[in-house]
Design a protein around this ligand. Structure first.
Ligand code: BTN
Length: 263
């Protein structure tokens, strides 16, 4: 679908004061996070959404790429201006993954799992990923860009070979193509509601809900970051969204970076 048609369709579905105003939707960009970071720097307001039909340099966490072919997924980035000091940034990724899970469930009935820090999985395969990036100085966050990549209408065969056994899409899970516009409108609604709840009820509420969907708590996991590996039992989520990992010596370690997988 042409980018302008998609944007017009979305604009009819989101409330006048909802997130996605303004909504900038491109036919093709390198990375929507890069475009949104640039707009945030220029002063674009909280709730601004930048999306694209295709990303040619989609970015994932830990310097990985993000496969973002034309017209098949939702590749978008949201500008936030939270009043949080930088140590709490880890919370934003957890909060976003929970809101995306809820938006997906409300639209499709699919109950996905969450993995630390912010992967959304179905049957152990990655359905969506979140990349939160921020800028600030002197202990304050100036802005955060939260990038969401959600696989919607790909068939398994559309993924590159290395992803075919580890990725999935909503189409693969529900067995039919989905209209991306109402899905995006629902995601933005859930993100907005959950953000307000987070601001008023604090993180513990979000953490409780996140944990209810996290298959890895209590299990043996491996944490990878770069070439480093650490194994232990995933015990809990800490106050800043970090993973509390019980390592073999019995010590509980706070893990702020990395990628967990169940062993
Ligand atoms: C991950 O590694 O799991 C995070 C993937 C995040 C991908 C999204 S797609 C929209 C936004 N733009 C990017 O370049 N990345 C994020």
């Amino acid at each position: 679908m042409a980018a302008e048609r998609f944007r017009d369709k979305i604009e009819k579905l989101i409330p006048a004061d909802g997130w996605g105003r303004p909504l900038l939707w491109y036919a093709s960009v390198g990375s929507t996070n890069d475009v949104a970071l640039n707009l945030a720097r220029q002063g674009f307001r909280e709730g601004t959404v930048v999306g694209a039909e295709e990303q040619t340099k989609g970015r994932g966490r830990g310097d990985r790429g993000w496969f973002s072919p034309r017209g098949t997924g939702l590749w978008f980035s949201l500008i936030l201006r939270p009043s949080l000091p930088p140590p709490y940034l880890g919370r934003i990724g957890l909060w976003t993954s929970l809101a995306v899970l809820e938006g997906v469930r409300a639209t499709t009935g699919i109950d996905a799992d969450l993995s630390w820090p912010n992967d959304i999985l179905v049957r152990g395969r990655k359905l969506a990923g979140i990349l939160a990036e921020s800028s600030g100085a002197a202990g304050a966050v100036e802005y955060v860009v939260v990038g969401v990549g959600l696989n919607v209408n790909q068939d398994t065969a559309d993924f590159p070979a290395r992803l075919q056994t580890v990725a999935t899409s909503l189409k693969e899970e529900v067995g039919k193509e989905l209209d991306r516009a109402p899905l995006l409108a629902n995601l933005l609604l859930h993100l907005r509601e959950s953000y307000s709840a987070h601001s008023s009820n604090g993180f513990s509420d979000i953490a409780q809900h996140w944990k209810a969907h996290a298959g890895l708590l209590g299990k043996r996991v491996e944490i990878r970051w770069g070439t480093d590996r650490l194994t232990g039992q995933a015990a809990d989520i800490g106050q800043d969204g970090e993973l509390l990992l019980r390592v073999p010596s019995g010590v509980l370690r706070k893990i702020a970076w990395g990628q967990a997988s169940i062993l």
